[in-house]
Each structure stands twice: as structure tokens, then as C-alpha cells.
Design a protein around this ligand. Structure first.
Ligand SMILES: Nc1nc2c(ncn2[C@@H]2O[C@H](COP(=O)(O)OP(=O)(O)OP(=O)(O)O)[C@@H](O)[C@H]2O)c(=O)[nH]1
Ligand SMILES: [Mg+2]
Length: 382
């Protein structure tokens, strides 16, 4: 079948680098396992890890290829439903923007007054000063003192937002040569770390990776249980310790065990912490230091989850977590039903950090690849 010989990159594939991995190596995936097969069927959950059936669910060679093909076949349908959900999720943001643009530009030409009104609107929608300035500058240069339809303003908005977002839309690729590829999840309380780990585990397991989750939020029993449930749900091994254990020691053991057990991916959960609590941020620094003792290149990704409903404080979270924990990329959660989705544009313009994915709900499949154009259109209500 031609799709198997030269597969297209499905959205899942673009996001997680999985589809093509099953069949052929992608040129820019470097050391991504070209067959994916050596990752499969190995035992070794580690002495302390609770295996939750990861090996039972690891697909054998032929079904593994079928999984890749199935993702390609369903991708256009899946994409349509994602787009609808993204649009629905961003409806509050886009309604404010579209209505505002219509109000400002109906029966008014583009002059200093309307530009100022537009500026206020874009800033209120959390898009940030940089992008607001680019949008108004472009309109001013092209159409000053002329009549302009609200739709034309919206088109400029979409293209300028897409320009900001395109360079930062990067999938969270797992390189199985790392074995384990270590992803450390960080963020403030309730921002969606544990849920996002579950969603990622679901994707990676579905692509045949052997996945281990580390319950690094050792402060609360409920946090450990929550991760164990995600482990069961996704067929991932879970490594956990008693409540109150040292989180850095757990991270050390998790990397060691994931190495010994030849896991492909290790997702490490951490306790939520406010970025202005110095003691807690020091603990995070320690976790990173200790992981490096086992593997100097790990963590390969430090992913900051940002709650889209937070608004402007997200900028400070990126700044502080970036400096102290070496954040390498972002996942924005809760984009379903927020009026503050514009903040992602402000963050992209300010920090230029990769955005890997976006959360649009609480379920395992509510994680979407981040697509700059789709997001720009959805935010403008197109
Ligand atoms: N609507 C919606 N809810 C989400 C999303 N992601 C996470 N949640 C919900 O947000 C709440 C907090 O999510 P968690 O994953 O527990 O957040 P956390 O960062 O691990 O929280 P702490 O461990 O307490 O710091 C839960 O009720 C999740 O179901 C999302 O994309 N959309
Ligand atoms: Mg949590």
C-alpha cells in the first residue's frame, strides 16, 4: 500500500513524530527510531515500578504498521472535528474580537481614531503590545484614510497572528534513541500538568512507545492516585513513592528505572507551584539537577503547562519557570471556553518558545497539535 511505503504526515504524526517512524525515518527527525520495532516487546518495568499492562498493549509488528495507516486515514475527519472544537473553544475570544472590529469599522474609515480603538480592542483581548503594533502598523501603511471593511481588518489580523505563531509551532517529538526520552512537566497549581501527561501518554502508547509515568507530585496522595489512574487508562507503567517522599529522589529513580527497563518515554509529573515561591522553585531546580546526574542530556523537554484562562499572569509564569527550570516548550490547556486565548499570541511574540500542543478538554483525546494558521483563524472567528 502506497501510504505505508511513503506515509503522509498526519496531524498526530506531525505532533508526535510517530506515523512516519513506524515505516520510514523522517529526514528531520534525526535519531528517531526508523522502525519503532526495537522499542516494542521488551520487558522491564523496573523493580519498583507498577506495570499497568504496558507490554500487553504493545502492538506486534504488523498491527503497529496498521496503527500508522489508520491515523493517516482518519486524519482528515479528525482534523475537521478538532477545528470545530478549537473554534468552539475560542468562541468567547473570537466573538469579542469580531464584534469589536465590526463596531469599530462599520461606516468609519481607517484613521487615527479607528486605529486607536482597534489597538484598545486587541490589547484587551490579551494579544500583547508587539502583535497589536504590527497589526495596526500594517493597516496604517496599506489603508490609511481609506474605507475598509471589517472582513479586511480580520484578514490582516489572521495573517499577522499566523506570522507570529508559525515559527513557534513545534511538535513534541520523542527520540527513542534517548531511551528514555525524558519529559519533565512543570507549572503552577491546577494548570493541567497531570492531565496533559495522561493525554500525552495516550498518544505515545497508541503509537507503540513504551511509556513510564513518574508521580513526582509527592505532596498529595490524590495527585499520586490521579497519575496511577492515567497509567491504567493508557497502559503506561507508573513509578510512585509514598506521600511526602523527596521529589528529586523519585525523579532520579524514575530515570534510572526507565533506563534499565528500556522505556522509550518517561513523563515526570511535578507538584504545582507558584512561580514566586522561591523554596518551591529551588526544589524544581534540584529535580532538574538530579535528573542530569543519571543522564546529562535529560530532561530532553521541560514543558510548562499554562492555563489559558489565567490571562496576563501567564507571561510571568513563562519568564520565571523559563529562567529557573529551563523550560523548553509550552502546552496551553483549557483553551476550550476561554475569552483569554489571545495570551498565547502575546507569549509567542515575547518569548519565542515552542508551543507543542493545546488542551481543549479534560479527556484523553482532548490534546490537539498546535497549528499556527488554524489557531489564528479560530481566534479571529473565521
Ligand atoms: N476544560 C479543560 N480542563 C482541563 C484541561 N486540562 C486540564 N483540565 C482540568 O483542570 C483541572 C486541573 O488539572 P490537573 O491536570 O490536575 O492540573 P495540575 O497542573 O496537575 O494540578 P496540580 O497538580 O494541582 O498542580 C482538572 O480538573 C482537569 O481535568 C483542558 O484542556 N480543558
Ligand atoms: Mg497534578
Amino acid at each position: 500500500m502506497s501510504t505505508l511505503e511513503k506515509p503522509k504526515r498526519s496531524l498526530f504524526g506531525r505532533m508526535f513524530g510517530v506515523t512516519e517512524r513506524a515505516v520510514v525515518a523522517d529526514a528531520d527527525d534525526g535519531d528517531v527510531d526508523p522502525t519503532g520495532r526495537e522499542a516494542l516487546g521488551q520487558d522491564g518495568a523496573g523493580t519498583e515500578a507498577t506495570s499497568t499492562g504496558a507490554d500487553d498493549m504493545a502492538p506486534a509488528d504488523p498491527p503497529f504498521v496498521t496503527v500508522a495507516a489508520a491515523l493517516d486515514e482518519t486524519s482528515s475527519q479528525a482534523r475537521l472535528s478538532w477545528l470545530q472544537r478549537l473554534k468552539a473553544g475560542l468562541a468567547k475570544t473570537s466573538t469579542v474580537l469580531s464584534q469589536g472590529i465590526t463596531d469599530v469599522f462599520t461606516k468609519r474609515k481607517l484613521d487615527a481614531g479607528t486605529l486607536e480603538d482597534l489597538e484598545d480592542l486587541l490589547i484587551q483581548a490579551d494579544l500583547g503590545l508587539e502583535t497589536t503594533a504590527k497589526i495596526t502598523a500594517r493597516l496604517k501603511a496599506d489603508r490609511f484614510d481609506k474605507a475598509i471593511a471589517p472582513e479586511e481588518v480580520r484578514d490582516v489580523l489572521i495573517s499577522e497572528i499566523a506570522k507570529v505563531l508559525e515559527p513557534i509551532a513545534h511538535p513534541l517529538l520523542v527520540k527513542v534513541a534517548h531511551r528514555p526520552h525524558v519529559i519533565l512537566m512543570v507549572g503552577v497549581n491546577g494548570s493541567g500538568k497531570t492531565t496533559t501527561i495522561g493525554k500525552l501518554a495516550e498518544r505515545y502508547r497508541g503509537s507503540g512507545y513504551r511509556v513510564m509515568l513518574a508521580a513526582g507530585d509527592t505532596f498529595r496522595a490524590a495527585a499520586i492516585d490521579q497519575l496511577k489512574i492515567w497509567g491504567e487508562r493508557t497502559g503506561s507503567a507508573v513509578i510512585a513513592r509514598a506521600v511526602g517522599s523527596d521529589a528529586a529522589s523519585l525523579a532520579f529513580e524514575a530515570v534510572t528505572e526507565a533506563k534499565t527497563g528500556a522505556y522509550d518515554v518517561l513523563l515526570i509529573d511535578t507538584a504545582g507551584r507558584l512561580q514566586n515561591k522561591d523554596g518551591l522553585m529551588q526544589e524544581l531546580e534540584k529535580i532538574v539537577r538530579v535528573i542530569r546526574k543519571v543522564d546529562p542530556d535529560a530532561p530532553h523537554n521541560v514543558v510548562l503547562t499554562l492555563d489559558a484562562t489565567t490571562g496576563q499572569n501567564a507571561l510571568n509564569q513563562v519568564d520565571v519557570f523559563g529562567k529557573r527550570a529551563g523550560v523548553t516548550g509550552l502546552i496551553m490547556t483549557k483553551l476550550d471556553g476561554t475569552a483569554r486565548g489571545g495570551i498565547l499570541v502575546a507569549i509567542a511574540a515575547r518569548f519565542g518558545l515552542p508551543v507543542h500542543a493545546i488542551g481543549v478538554g479534560e479527556k484523553a483525546d482532548d490534546l490537539q497539535p498546535f497549528d499556527a494558521k488554524d489557531f489564528a483563524r479560530a481566534i479571529a472567528g473565521e
